[in-house]
Ligand binder design. Structure first.
Ligand SMILES: Nc1ncnc2c1ncn2[C@@H]1O[C@H](COP(=O)(O)OP(=O)(O)OP(=O)(O)O)[C@@H](O)[C@H]1O
Ligand SMILES: O=C(O)c1ccc[n+]([C@@H]2O[C@H](COP(=O)([O-])O)[C@@H](O)[C@H]2O)c1
Length: 210
């Protein structure tokens, strides 16, 4: 009898404030490079390191923008962190593995996030829970390699040409992936249209006429 293969899921956590073509491009490239069945976009209820940021749009608008950008692709937009009440990635990945024992997860992130990874709660534990694929992002190539977390993760690095074998890696394991560089960023989109969320939120009721 053939052993059923476990579904291979890439998780891209993000603020998606708003979602953009870069999220889609790196997800499609990762699907191929890592032989994934799906990428899940976990829309964060609030990045713990962006606590004081005043320009974070409501969850509903960020979720709706992600749904629009992900359409017609094997990308599932998820509110599971909102439902589970988890904000820290370490808690989310631990719970996801418990809830979905038949799925295999790999954490995806851009190289800007690797540069800050040592500030995440329980970052070493995250790396022991799931393999990590870091996607090169224009402007962050050097920051990523020089990331404080790389001091510890360097020994865990796997060659990119073996990326499809990630389900067999002993953890911690990290692979650096380089696709066609994608310059999109949410910061740039917010600068171009600070009220972008109005396209995704229900209209305010008009004031009663006098
Ligand atoms: N163009 C890109 N290339 C590589 N990785 C990206 C790119 N855009 C986003 N990412 C990655 O996607 C994840 C979610 O990103 P996020 O929603 O914060 O978008 P962002 O463009 O980085 O936003 P902001 O500019 O507000 O920081 C992060 O891991 C980030 O590194
Ligand atoms: O767990 C943490 O301490 C932590 C700190 C910073 C960011 N994260 C996660 O990193 C992902 C990317 O966040 P962002 O805001 O850069 O899109 C998102 O899933 C966040 O919840 C997680």
């Amino acid at each position: 009898m053939k052993t059923p293969t476990r579904t291979r899921i890439g998780i891209l956590g993000g603020s998606f404030n708003p979602a953009h073509a870069g999220h889609r491009a790196i997800s499609l490239a990762a699907l191929d490079a890592l032989a994934l069945d799906e990428v899940w976009w976990l829309v964060s209820p609030g990045n713990p390191l962006k606590e004081k940021s005043g320009d974070m749009a409501p969850f509903a608008a960020r979720f709706a923008s992600a749904t629009r950008v992900a359409r017609h692709a094997p990308i599932r937009v998820s509110a599971i962190e909102q439902h589970l009440g988890t904000r820290y990635t370490v808690d989310t990945v631990t719970k996801l593995r418990r809830i979905y024992p038949k799925k295999q997860f790999i954490w995806l992130m851009g190289s800007d996030n690797l540069a800050q990874f040592h500030q995440w709660k329980g970052w070493r534990r995250i790396a022991r829970e799931v393999p990590i694929a870091v996607i090169a992002r224009p402007g962050y190539e050097h920051a990523a390699l020089a990331a404080p977390a790389m001091g510890w993760l360097r020994r865990a690095r796997r060659p990119a040409h073996q990326a499809k074998n990630w389900t067999q890696w002993r953890l911690p394991a990290l692979v650096l992936l380089r696709f066609r560089p994608d310059p999109h960023s949410a910061t740039q989109l917010r600068a171009a249209d600070p009220a972008w969320q109005r396209h995704f939120l229900p209209d305010e009721p008009s004031p009663p006429s006098a």
